[in-house]
Write a protein that binds this ligand. Structure first.
Ligand code: GDP
Ligand code: MG
Length: 162
């Protein structure tokens, strides 16, 4: 069976944009307003001749209290169903409480995790991506899901975890 890769992270970090980048088409719904993606949407994906299922996640209410807990809960479900996880953070914002909540879930799951520092549209932002080492999830792969920068290296690293 094809391995399942869940894309998790708090709203607005660019998960759906990243999914579209990997698919090479615009299927996942990208929104400036967080909370639009339904809970989990699966897509057939391929890289270097290897097929896998990519699961975009979202669906939490952006105005709710206890948002970090909600995000962690959603991520937990997706992570349980996955063989590997792409954890997306926003390099332009830095680490938030919501990010930390997802990290806790990732650690407990013991699933292979690829850490992606998104929105590195410009090489001058590389230091912001490198700051994500402090999450303790290994090497942060810096990408610009919007422009495609770094996505090939990221996918090579993902395949190495499958
Ligand atoms: P999600 O909630 O995590 O699925 O995030 P989306 O994919 O819907 O993106 C949220 C916002 O961030 C949208 O306005 C995107 O255009 C923007 N965005 C996503 N990736 C990038 C990126 O690499 N660079 C920049 N500058 N903006 C991005
Ligand atoms: Mg989304």
């Amino acid at each position: 069976a094809r391995p399942v890769v869940a894309v998790v992270g708090r709203p607005n970090v660019g998960k759906s944009t990243l999914v579209n980048r990997v698919l090479g088409r615009r299927e996942a719904v990208v929104q400036d307003t967080p909370g639009v993606t339904r809970d989990r949407v699966s897509y057939d994906a391929e890289w270097s001749g290897r097929e896998f299922v990519l699961v975009d996640t979202g669906g939490w209410a952006s105005d709710a209290t206890g948002m970090a807990a909600q995000i962690a809960e959603q991520a937990e479900i997706a992570i349980q169903l996955a063989d590997a996880v792409i954890f997306v953070v926003d390099a332009t914002v830095g680490v938030t409480d919501e990010d930390e909540a997802v990290v806790q879930v990732l650690r407990r799951s013991r699933k292979p995790v690829l850490l992606v520092a998104n929105k590195v549209d410009d090489p001058r932002r590389e230091a912001d991506a490198a700051a994500m080492w402090r999450l303790g999830l290994g090497e942060p792969y810096s990408v610009s899901a919007l422009h495609g920068r770094g996505s090939g290296d990221m996918l090579d690293a993902l395949l190495a975890k499958l």
